[in-house]
Design a protein around this ligand. Structure first.
Ligand SMILES: [Zn+2]
Ligand SMILES: [Zn+2]
Ligand SMILES: [Zn+2]
Ligand SMILES: [Zn+2]
Length: 333
C-alpha cells in the first residue's frame, strides 16, 4: 500500500514538472510588433521582432515581407534623357517614357553627308558633284601637252593644236592681290599653240572654260562679268587684267562669292609662220581649302554655239580637257 502511494506521488509530480516550467518553449513570430512568443505557454522572449522591409522600388515603397506594412515612398523613376535613338529610360528598372527623339539631320552638301546635329551620326553620302553627275572627266594633269581640237577663227575648219596647263599656285605673297578672310588666291596658266595649215590659213579660236566641279549651275547662274563696268580699285595693280568676274560656289553647304580675272601673256598671237601661241594666267579667289575650281579646254564649235542656258556638259565632248585645282597640290608662291 505504501509503495502504491509513492508511485502515485511520483506520477503527479512528473506531470506537474512537464506542464509547468518543464516544457520546451516553441517560440514563434506572431507579429512584427511582438517579441517571439511561445506557442505553448505564451511566454515571450526579447524585443519586438520588427519588420522585414524589402527595398523600395521605383513604383513601390519599402514593404514588410511579413505583414505588408509599408515604409516611406516609392522612389520614383530615375529617367535618363531621351536620345536620338532611345526613349528616356529609368536607370533602375529600365522602364521607358515617351519616344526616341529621332535624329536632326543637316542637309547633305557637296563636301559632307547629312549629319545629326545632336549625336553626330551621318547618313548617306555627300551630294554627287555636277561633273560626275554629267559624266564629265577630270582628265588633264599639269605640265602635259595634249592634242587639242577647236575651230579655226572663221569656223571654216578644225585646227589641231596643243594645250598645256601649268604653274598652279597658291598666291600667298602677291601684294597686288587683295586679301579677304577665309579666302585664298589660286593661279594657273593655260596655253595653246597652233602649228597646222588650218590655223595658219583661217586663224584659231581656243575654247577655254572655267568651271565649278561641284555645282556647275550655281557657278554659271551667279556668274557676273564686270568688263565695261569698271574694275574694282584694288585690282588696278594688274596692268593688263581682263575679265574680272564674280561667281558663287557652295562649300560645306555655304555659298561663297568668288572672284576671278585673267592676265594674258604678253606675247599672244603669231610668233612666225605656222606658229601661234595663246597663254593666260587665271587668278581665282576661293574659300580656303576649296578644291572645286576647274580649268578646261573645249572645242569652240561655230556649229554648236554656247547659247544662253547651256552648260559645260552641253558643250564638252570626249576631247575636252579638264583640270581640277586642288590647292593641296599647288605650289606656294
Ligand atoms: Zn512555453
Ligand atoms: Zn512587418
Ligand atoms: Zn524605374
Ligand atoms: Zn542623332
Amino acid at each position: 500500500m505504501k509503495r502504491i502511494y509513492y508511485l502515485f506521488v511520483f506520477a503527479v509530480l512528473s506531470t506537474m514538472l512537464l506542464a509547468g516550467c518543464g516544457h520546451e518553449h516553441d517560440f514563434q513570430i506572431v507579429s512584427c510588433d511582438a517579441p517571439l512568443t511561445c506557442a505553448i505557454c505564451g511566454k515571450t522572449e526579447g524585443e519586438a521582432v520588427g519588420h522585414d522591409f524589402s527595398k523600395a522600388t521605383c513604383t513601390e515603397p519599402a514593404k514588410c515581407t511579413r505583414c505588408g506594412e509599408t515604409q516611406g515612398e516609392a522612389l520614383g523613376h530615375d529617367f535618363s534623357e531621351a536620345t536620338c535613338t532611345e526613349p528616356a529610360k529609368c536607370k533602375r528598372c529600365g522602364e521607358t517614357q515617351g519616344e526616341a527623339l529621332g535624329h536632326s539631320f543637316t542637309e547633305a552638301n557637296y563636301q559632307d553627308a547629312a549629319v545629326c546635329t545632336v549625336c553626330g551620326t551621318t547618313e548617306g553620302s555627300p551630294l554627287t558633284p555636277g561633273f560626275e553627275a554629267h559624266g564629265l572627266k577630270i582628265n588633264a594633269t599639269l605640265d602635259t601637252d595634249y592634242p587639242y581640237v577647236t575651230d579655226t577663227y572663221d569656223g571654216e575648219a578644225d585646227t589641231v593644236g596643243t594645250a598645256r596647263i601649268s604653274d598652279f599656285k597658291i598666291c600667298r605673297n602677291d601684294s597686288r592681290l587683295p586679301e579677304k578672310d577665309g579666302y585664298v588666291w589660286l593661279s594657273i596658266h593655260m596655253a595653246v599653240e597652233f602649228t597646222d595649215d588650218a590655223a595658219w590659213m583661217h586663224g584659231y579660236r581656243p575654247g577655254i572654260c572655267l568651271e565649278d566641279y561641284y555645282d556647275i549651275e550655281l557657278h554659271d547662274d551667279t556668274f557676273r562679268n564686270y568688263e565695261g563696268y569698271g574694275l574694282p580699285e584694288a585690282y588696278r595693280a594688274f596692268a593688263n587684267l581682263t575679265n574680272y568676274s564674280t561667281y558663287n560656289v557652295n562649300f560645306h553647304g555655304i555659298d561663297y562669292e568668288c572672284e576671278r580675272f585673267t592676265v594674258p601673256n604678253e606675247d599672244n598671237g603669231w610668233m612666225g609662220d605656222h606658229l601661234a601661241r595663246s597663254g593666260f594666267t587665271y587668278y581665282f579667289h576661293v574659300p580656303e581649302g576649296y578644291d572645286g575650281t576647274v580649268a578646261g579646254f573645249y572645242h569652240y564649235d561655230f556649229a554648236h554655239p554656247w547659247d544662253a542656258g547651256l552648260y559645260i556638259y552641253d558643250m564638252a565632248d570626249d576631247n575636252s580637257l579638264f583640270y581640277k585645282l586642288d590647292p593641296a597640290l599647288a605650289s606656294n608662291d
